[in-house]
Design a protein around this ligand. Structure first.
Ligand SMILES: NC(=O)c1ccc[n+]([C@@H]2O[C@H](COP(=O)([O-])OP(=O)(O)OC[C@H]3O[C@@H](n4cnc5c(N)ncnc54)[C@H](OP(=O)(O)O)[C@@H]3O)[C@@H](O)[C@H]2O)c1
Length: 375
């Protein structure tokens, strides 16, 4: 039996407090039975040697929030990764379908919470056993690093852009335009609104040039204005936005939005940003989200006057994953990298992400022999 390394957590807390790097038996195929509830019947499974992992704030919430009785006692975090297939298993007989993958294929995957939570499987491991339904081929010209960072943020971004209702010629405001999701939203919405549209990104001044390079016509440096909503009112009340896409979840921007969002315009948000990653603040944020969703929009009934749409990117399909990777392969979107961290410095990488000022994606290089830009 061979062994390999993985980052694991067993108690709740912040990643730099609860993660340990352990040596464990390398996962093998076929997958153990009973099969997990998200993949209940025999189908193609892969063993992937991980190259890079893209870190996501959602994994920090998974470590601080999910109680042990609804997950595996010991779990590996994270969902986005790239790597190389080292073993393939598929059922024979009636259940058999043509295998999609062979040993040596270079791949990119996104594990959904419906798989990571009950199985304890996560991306931050040298080897990941994964159902092939969560995996697509990496385009030849895309680096392992860029591929690993893109699926969850770009899938969320695309859903936000779609649900915002943005269309050609629209004026769109994007909050947290320099983050993992925001940097994808700016690129996607630029294409949707076209030359005649106008995209404004909110970020700190140090990221202004980067956000403009992604397609924003104008950038607002939120660090220069308190409250920011007063500045947005002054600057945009005469030319309000058709839609607002908030990739951070800034309640004060929503409450003031009638001053700079057209009547009937949607305020699409990833949620409400809690002040910490812990349960009480998260529960307060959930209550606020439900109030935003369910309270009547009408100001006569105490509503904000504009519709708030919470976006939940829960269970993307294989086709969804493929279409994002196709966009990356075709150059329609590009990944902005905040930083690349060695596998043994994963806690430091999380500290960077947890500071909420990542500029694009924080990546962990799991396989030190793979070059930062290797395809
Ligand atoms: N609903 C869903 O299905 C879903 C899915 C995925 C993620 N999420 C959530 O979406 C959020 C964003 O995720 P992410 O991966 O994009 O995070 P991220 O990469 O860490 O981005 C954070 C960004 O926020 C910006 N920021 C910080 N404070 C700000 C402020 N006061 N005003 C404006 N911008 C500010 C930072 O920009 P500066 O450095 O320029 O300040 C940074 O670029 C997370 O809370 C995550 O949990 C939700």
């Amino acid at each position: 039996m061979t062994s390999s390394q993985a980052w694991v957590f067993s108690k709740r807390g912040l990643p730099w407090d609860v993660l340990s790097l352990i040596s464990r038996p390398t996962p093998t195929l076929p997958p153990p039975v009973p099969l997990p509830s998200d993949v209940p019947k025999p189908e193609e499974w892969l063993l992937v040697k991980t190259s890079f992992v893209g870190l996501n704030p959602g994994a920090i919430f998974q470590m601080t929030l999910v109680p042990p009785f609804i997950r595996q006692p010991t779990a590996v975090p994270e969902m986005d990764f790239s790597g190389t297939v080292v073993d393939v298993w598929h059922p024979e007989g009636d259940a058999a379908a043509s295998p999609r993958f062979s040993k040596g294929d270079k791949v990119v995957a996104m594990l959904p919470a419906s798989h990571t939570i009950p199985t304890g499987t996560g991306a931050l491991a040298e080897y990941v056993r994964v159902p092939a339904r969560y995996v697509v081929r990496k385009p030849e010209a895309v680096s392992f690093g860029d591929a690993a960072g893109c699926l969850l943020p770009a899938l969320t971004a695309r859903q936000m852009v779609t649900e915002s209702g943005a269309k050609a010629g629209d004026r769109v405001l994007v909050n947290a335009a320099s983050g993992g999701i925001g940097s994808m939203v700016v690129q996607m919405v630029r294409k949707v609104v076209g030359e005649t549209g106008y995209v404004v990104g909110i970020c700190s001044g140090k990221n202004a040039d980067m956000v403009k390079s992604l397609g924003a016509d104008e950038v607002i440096d939120y660090t220069q204005y308190t409250p920011l909503s007063a500045h947005l009112t002054t600057r945009f009340s005469a030319s309000p936005f058709n839609t607002i896409i908030d990739t951070l979840g800034h309640q004060a921007l929503y409450v003031a939005s009638p001053s700079y969002l057209v009547p009937g315009g949607h305020y699409s948000s990833v949620g409400i940003k809690p002040p910490t990653f812990f349960v009480p603040d998260f529960l307060r944020a959930v209550v606020q989200m439900k109030l935003n969703e369910w309270w009547p929009v009408s100001r006569w009934l105490g509503g904000v006057g504009r519709r708030w749409c919470g976006v939940a990117m829960m269970n993307p399909t294989l086709e969804d994953r493929q279409s994002i990777i196709d966009m990356l392969g075709a150059g329609d979107i590009r990944l902005v990298r905040d930083s690349v961290w060695p596998f043994d410095q994963t806690k430091e990488a999380y500290a960077k992400l947890g500071g909420l000022h990542a500029r694009g994606k924080v990546l962990v290089k799991v396989d030190a022999s793979v070059g930062d830009d290797e395809c």
